[in-house]
Design a protein around this ligand. Structure first.
Ligand SMILES: [Zn+2]
Length: 163
């Protein structure tokens, strides 16, 4: 964007990103059958932590007369990056967006993906909805949940770039 890295590092305090996800209808949502769960490696790759998997209870969208395809209303996913010394250092050093994101995650940033997974664990929405709406924190390869969510993810608008 043509802004000096030093300027960004010294004046920026917080960066917020927000996205809306569809909320499961509380009237018809149901537990996802355990044999429909992605396997452990997939779940970890999607951003779950090993300790999240113990007692993980995934929900499924069904659909009823009160909702649209099992979803009713929306909820906000918020990612908050707070400036810190490690980030300043890497920005001033001309770090790439991938390097900056890595350090941000290491220093406690809750990513959009992670915020989504927390809502999945609370039964607010489905895993499909979060995978469809957010980018994984690991940058190498996109996860494959189902054929459907994969093609939908491709049609998705490009991720808004960090400034
Ligand atoms: Zn419903």
């Amino acid at each position: 964007m043509g802004i000096e890295p030093l300027m960004v590092a010294s004046t920026l305090n917080v960066v917020l990103a927000q996205r809306l996800g569809r909320r499961l209808c509380s009237n018809c949502k149901t537990d996802l059958a355990k044999d429909e769960y992605p396997d452990k490696a997939q779940l970890l790759h999607m951003g779950f932590k090993p300790e999240d998997l113990e007692g993980l209870n995934l929900k499924k969208a069904v659909g009823c007369s009160l909702c649209s395809n099992g979803y009713k209303g929306r909820f906000a996913l918020v990612e908050c990056l707070e400036m810190n010394d490690r980030l300043r250092k890497i920005i001033i050093g001309g770090g790439t967006d991938i390097e900056i994101r890595k350090v941000a995650l290491e220093t406690g940033m809750i990513s959009l993906r992670r915020a989504g997974l927390l809502n999945v664990m609370r039964g607010i929405t489905t895993l499909e909805e979060v995978v469809r709406n957010t980018v994984g924190d690991e940058t190498e390869k996109p996860e494959k949940l189902t054929k459907k969510s994969e093609s939908e993810a491709e049609a998705e608008e490009p991720e808004t770039a960090a400034p």
